[in-house]
Design a protein around this ligand. Sequence first.
Ligand SMILES: O=P(O)(O)OC[C@H]1O[C@H](OP(=O)(O)OP(=O)(O)O)[C@H](O)[C@@H]1O
Ligand SMILES: Nc1nc2[nH]cnc2c(=O)[nH]1
Ligand SMILES: [Mg+2]
Length: 186
Amino acid sequence: MRVDAKDMGADLKEVLITKEEIDAKLVELAAKIDAEYAGKDLLIVGVLKGAVMVMADLARALSTPVTMDWMAVSSYGAGTQSSGVVRILKDLDTDIKGRHVLIVEDIIDSGLTLSWLLSNLGSREPESLKVCTLLRKPDAAKVAIDVEWVGFDIPNEFVVGYGLDYAEKYRNLPFVGTLAPHVYGG
Ligand SMILES: O=P(O)(O)OC[C@H]1O[C@H](OP(=O)(O)OP(=O)(O)O)[C@H](O)[C@@H]1O
Ligand SMILES: Nc1nc2[nH]cnc2c(=O)[nH]1
Ligand SMILES: [Mg+2]
């Protein structure tokens, strides 16, 4: 286990999804995405910062030639709850009108970020607009979203690793896990 090598082992409670499980799932998802977009021109859009790892690994698992772009968004709201009011910190460099666009996310929690993104990008008249997410929390959904490709449905617990942070830490863990209570000041 590489936990100790990264000196974060003591902060962890549990590994939920291993690197091997993530790698295998992304290969499986990539095959389905390849089949869907065969012969088409595909733009994949990663949502910074969480989706960096998924984008990098999914893109390399795809056979379909893709172009890649990024958006950075920020949710406002009291406490840790996403309000669903989203501000664009970095917009796409690309005009997506008439393009096949696939949004790539690390996690769908309340669904508010993605719901806003779908409506925002949808208004730019892409030829198609679909979503691939590594993780989804079905019990946390505040809005129903139609997601084509989901890696893992997980319990309604705060997770870190593989792009996901707590106070900007733990993004570089190669697996998805939960944190020990002391990390939160417990
Ligand atoms: O479904 P939701 O409740 O809206 O939550 C999901 C969003 O929250 C996280 O991003 P965050 O805004 O924390 O920024 P980050 O990607 O830079 O970590 C995650 O990467 C998703 O984009
Ligand atoms: N790190 C992290 N960020 C999130 N954003 C929305 N849900 C989560 C989560 O469970 N973990
Ligand atoms: Mg994010």
